[in-house]
Design a protein around this ligand. Structure first.
Ligand code: S3P
Length: 432
């Protein structure tokens, strides 16, 4: 089992790049596989989660190759080009992978079984299987279809207008993808706007997608045309180093080429409200996905409130925001974030248990936490709970904590951020 050791440090300085956006990378493989022609993806995230999505489509007969120049080439065969997989599709640790692919499988007139690791097999799938059944797919699984392994016999779908009880891009995307295989309009209305990469990319591939407030609508049976995609760096990965720069004394880190789609930048808004010195420069845009270079400098952070409609805009950044809150003076309240209970692990419980090991005063709430920050953190022995974001958040806390920190069970970092540890080593080796 791998582990990471870090020591109290000062002066983290440098320019870094983080790997490609995970959400956009999954979607590029999925839509490239359903389009006619060769889709070339530059900046694809070669993490375990995204490679499992690649394997899933290879298993359904789609040739996907890595070129000599490091691009991913997907040889799509159109909406009806997938073949019945010869074996179970194993999606590993990826909630995005299993839920989005379920949407695609629901539209296929063949038999398939999809499953994942222990964490995935314990996560709720009813949020996608229930509406997909309403569209006409036959889906079977443990716990009445709420837990993987899931068996899907799809085809012959009818469009629906679905009011989702959760603000979830995975639910929205699964239904929009299934909607591609219907005659008519499929709509999803969510309680707050979640990330909109599926809508943007579908449009880029030529689908008719409309959005109105928190409702997204797709017209079925489009002719999707292959295209080139450039994936920006993942803001969820950048967030670890931005927070590290903010809380480690005498630091300044620039992260180049970070995706700043407004449905993802809640972390920047909250850090700014906490008093963070952040600069966003060189803003550019490709196919509706903006990217920029972001610089963070050591700042005196103060506590804040994070709740309501911003939650889906920073859902994956709450563990690292909790680290920022621990280093900030005063109280930070995080509420309306009950979705964290059903992530790779229960992230409310995991953050509370691990940050308290650093001496942080933190109180768990059913839908969030209250953190009383500002006291010096002391180095700790932490456990990742098998969750990449907990492992990386503890590592960053360790950089700002007195003495040494050990983070156990860190191999899961490769699901989203291969190279994380190398960047930490480079920055700390060069630290002043
Ligand atoms: C994602 C959606 C979010 C997020 C996950 C990636 C996506 O999950 O937490 O890491 O790519 O659609 P939910 O849809 O469950 O909120």
């Amino acid at each position: 089992m791998s582990e990471i050791r870090v020591e109290s440090t000062t002066g983290l300085r440098g320019e870094i790049a983080v790997p490609g956006d995970k959400s956009i990378s999954h979607r590029a493989v999925i839509l490239g596989s359903l389009a006619v022609g060769v889709t070339r993806v530059r900046g694809f995230l070669e993490s375990e989660d995204c490679m499992n999505t690649v394997s899933a489509f290879r298993r359904m007969g789609i040739p996907i190759e890595r070129t000599a120049t490091g691009e991913l080439e997907i040889h799509g065969d159109g909406l009806d080009g997938l073949k019945e997989p010869g074996d179970v599709i194993d999606i590993g640790n990826s909630g995005t992978g299993i839920r989005l692919i379920c949407g695609v499988l629901a539209g296929q007139p063949f038999y398939s079984v999809i499953t994942g690791d222990e964490s995935i097999r314990n996560r709720p799938m009813g949020r996608v299987t229930k509406p997909l059944r309403q569209m006409g797919a036959q889906i079977y699984g443990r716990d009445g279809g709420n837990r993987a392994p899931l068996t899907v016999i799809g085809g012959d779908l009818k469009p629906i207008h679905y009011k989702s009880p959760v603000a979830s891009a995975q639910v929205k995307s699964a239904l929009l993808l299934a909607g591609l295989f219907t005659e008519g309009e499929t709509s999803v209305t969510e309680p707050a706007l979640s990330r909109n990469h599926t809508e943007l990319m579908l449009r880029g591939f030529g689908a008719d997608v409309r959005t109105n407030g928190t409702t997204a609508t797709v017209l079925g049976r489009p002719s999707l045309q292959a295209r080139d995609i450039t994936v920006p760096g993942d803001i969820s990965s950048a967030a670890y180093f931005l927070v590290a720069a903010l809380i480690v004394p005498d630091s300044e880190i620039t992260v180049r080429n970070v995706g700043i789609n407004p449905t993802r930048t809640g972390v920047l808004d909250v850090l700014r409200a906490m008093g963070a010195d952040l600069t966003v420069e060189n803003v550019r845009e490709e196919a509706g996905e903006p990217a920029a270079d972001i610089t963070a400098r050591t700042s005196n952070l103060k506590g804040t409130e994070i709740r309501g409609e911003t939650i889906p805009r920073l859902i994956d950044e709450i563990p690292i925001l909790a680290v920022a809150a621990a280093a900030a003076s005063g109280e930070t309240v995080i509420a309306d974030a009950q979705e964290l209970r059903v992530k790779e692990t229960d992230r409310i419980a995991a953050v509370a248990s691990e940050l308290s090991k650093f001496g942080v005063e933190i109180e768990e709430q059913p839908d969030g936490m209250v953190i009383r920050g500002g006291s010096e953190l002391s180095g700790a022995e932490c456990e990742s709970h098998g969750d990449h974001r907990i492992a990386m958040s503890c590592t960053v806390a360790g950089l700002a904590a007195r003495g040494q920190t050990l983070v156990r069970n860190t191999e899961n970092i490769r699901t989203s951020f291969p190279g994380f540890e190398d960047i930490v080593s480079d920055l700390t080796r060069l630290s002043v």
